[in-house]
Design a protein around this ligand. Structure first.
Ligand SMILES: Cc1cc2nc3c(=O)[nH]c(=O)nc-3n(C[C@H](O)[C@H](O)[C@H](O)COP(=O)(O)O)c2cc1C
Length: 175
């Protein structure tokens, strides 16, 4: 299947990137196609709430008026069967860059082929995942009707540990 990973970390060699890489390697081994979008290396602004995307019969329904790098992500969202949200935890939630990307999904209402989701989180401390999990469960599993394929978290010394990376690789491999 086609899998889209949205990585919200600004650190290309960081903890989230390591988990994403292990997951992607496992999934690719199993024949899945994985697209990784590092949203912090893109210019993706927040939603303007202009409703341009929702004007019925306008010819620009499901299109965002903002011509930034989100335009590259929309086709990937519509093609993907599974979305993986990957983020360091910032102030108990996703990074701002990932949150802007998530909010811009609004233009599509529901991405066309999406039916599965997973969550990957990295943090300094344990027990800080409530905000990210709340958004994942309510906006993605419930609102977009996606099946939860798994939630993964690493904090402190677990980050980039061989055990954690093996867990992510196996997750990808067993999809
Ligand atoms: C702005 C900022 C806010 C953060 N907020 C939290 C937090 O609320 N709880 C926590 O445990 N770690 C927090 N951290 C630590 C990161 O989540 C942690 O270092 C993570 O492993 C970084 O992942 P990365 O290497 O993929 O970027 C914060 C870091 C930054 C830079």
């Amino acid at each position: 299947m086609k899998i889209l990973v949205l990585n919200g970390s600004p650190r290309p060699q960081g903890n989230t990137a390591a988990m994403v890489k292990a997951f992607a390697e496992g999934a690719q081994e199993n024949g899945h196609q994985v697209d990784i979008v590092n949203v912090c290396q893109k210019k993706i602004a927040g939603c303007l709430a202009c409703e341009y995307c929702h004007q019925k019969g306008s010819g620009h329904e499901r299109k965002c008026v903002q011509q930034d790098d989100m335009q590259e992500v929309y086709p990937l969202l519509d093609e993907a069967e599974m979305i993986v949200l990957a983020s360091p935890i910032y102030y108990h939630g996703f990074t701002g860059q990932l949150q802007c990307t998530i909010n811009r999904i609004y233009a599509l209402d529901k991405p066309k082929n999406l039916n599965k989701a997973a969550l990957i989180m990295s943090s300094g401390s344990d027990l800080v995942y409530g905000g990210a999990i709340f958004e994942y469960q309510n906006s993605f599993l419930q609102y977009l009707h996606l099946e939860d394929m798994g939630m993964f978290a690493a904090h402190g010394k677990e980050n980039q540990s061989p055990e954690k990376l093996k867990e992510l690789r196996n997750f990808g491999k067993n999809l």
